[in-house]
Ligand binder design. Structure first.
Ligand SMILES: *Cc1c(COP(=O)(O)O)cnc(C)c1O
Length: 393
């Protein structure tokens, strides 16, 4: 056989398949396509997510590693990893709902989810009833013949409201309504599927990735048939996770238990110090005894209450803004769950569209500051907070 031209050989380098050993870490399969020996084998691959990998929008070994890890950790049958948390939420909502369906949703939800539900109501004819998240009777009363989904968040932002997931799912037992729970604030701390939920959602951008270097999301399903419906829809949406981002999320999982435990402990410590400070009128953290759902939080989240807390400054709106600009070690930024601590003033940023009455209804004060606690030494964080508090009064 004649030697092929270097131009051809450059396009077809050898692809070694390890023999005699195996990689101990998850390899990054960055390529989006896979080759086959026969046309029949390729045809079979088109049949669904359990067949051979063939094109990464439908499935990829690195993305699958993340999906299997999350399905295992959440106690689910299957998982779907997506390009962002909103990608997972969108795949689930638009994959399972149709015009005329009814959703019961917690009133206080992540802003993007809130906007998506409004959009589904305005443009797609999905009916949405908002409930508080504390009262099973309110959920039972909201049930209609065409209700398909109950949508909750374990811990909501920035008030750290803890939702009674087992009581609310029990209120709909036997109705056939699926419950989806956004567990972004409490991965490993709470397992919604063990408490009656059917679908768990994560923004892996936050605690699971943990290092501020990816966007990603995932949905974990108790029932493989529900996964299959959402998987088919996600293939149409194109909301699939990128392999490298999925790989970083898998790597993040290895240190998640230690990070979330440390972040929870530091948040508890700072919540106590903040509560005793004269410039702070109120602290919201499920781990402090005067939190409205403290007992529920102790029962549902025995290993810690997460790394997000918020507190209200006596000086109101101006004090909130000045505080978030005065911190030096802590960064002013919108995300959470990072190894580095972050603060934000919701009234002037994430919740700026709400007027005073709407803010009050959402339980957010003009001077509320949200703090996402990182892995810094607690005393260094407190020194930064104390200095910024002195400037903010
Ligand atoms: C950030 C976040 C999302 C959205 O995740 P993205 O990865 O930014 O798309 C959804 N839910 C909660 C609770 C979040 O904090």
């Amino acid at each position: 056989m004649t030697e092929r031209d270097p131009q051809t050989r450059a396009v077809h380098p050898p692809v070694p398949v390890p023999a005699g050993s195996r990689p101990l870490g998850v390899p990054i399969y960055q390529g989006h396509l896979f080759g086959f020996e026969s046309a029949d084998a390729l045809a079979a691959a088109f049949q669904g997510p359990d067949e051979a990998f063939f094109y990464s929008r439908m499935g990829n070994p690195t993305v699958r590693a993340l999906e299997e890890a999350l399905a295992d950790l959440e106690g689910g049958a299957r998982a779907l990893a997506t390009a962002s948390g909103m990608g997972a939420i969108n795949a689930v909502l638009t994959g399972l709902l149709r015009s005329g369906d009814h959703v019961i949703a917690q009133a206080s939800l992540y802003g993007g989810t809130h906007a998506l539900l409004n959009d589904l109501a305005d443009r797609w004819g999905v009916e949405v009833t908002r409930v508080g998240g504390d009262d099973p009777a309110e959920v039972r009363d909201a049930l209609r013949p065409h209700t398909r989904l109950l949508y909750l968040e374990t811990i909501s932002n920035p008030t750290t409201h803890v939702t009674d997931v087992p009581a609310l799912t029990a209120a709909l037992a036997g109705s056939g309504v699926l419950t989806a729970v956004d567990n972004t604030f409490s991965p490993l701390l709470f397992a919604p599927l063990a408490h009656g939920a059917d679908i768990v959602l994560h923004s892996t951008t936050k605690y699971i990735g943990g290092h501020g270097d990816i966007l990603g999301g995932a949905a974990v399903f108790a029932d493989a048939a529900v996964h299959r419906r959402v998987w088919e829809h996600s293939v149409e949406l194109g909301s699939t996770a990128d392999p490298f981002a999925a790989w970083l999320a898998v790597r993040g999982l290895a240190t998640l238990p230690m990070r979330i435990a440390r972040q929870s402990a530091t948040a508890r410590d700072l919540a106590g110090r903040l509560a005793a400070h004269p410039s702070v009128t109120r602290v919201h953290y499920p781990g402090v005894p005067d939190h409205p759902q403290h007992d529920l939080a102790e029962r549902l989240l025995p290993y810690g209450h997460g790394g997000v807390l918020s507190f209200e400054l006596a000086g109101g709106r101006d004090a909130g803004r000045v505080f978030t600009e005065a911190v030096r070690l802590i960064s002013l930024g919108p995300s959470l769950g990072d190894v580095a601590s972050l603060v934000m003033h919701p009234a002037s940023t994430s919740h700026r569209q709400l007027d005073a009455a709407a803010l009050a209804a959402a339980g957010i004060g003009e001077g509320t500051v949200r703090l996402s606690v990182g892995l810094e030494a607690p005393d260094d964080l407190w020194a930064d907070i104390e200095e910024a508090l002195a400037k903010a009064v």
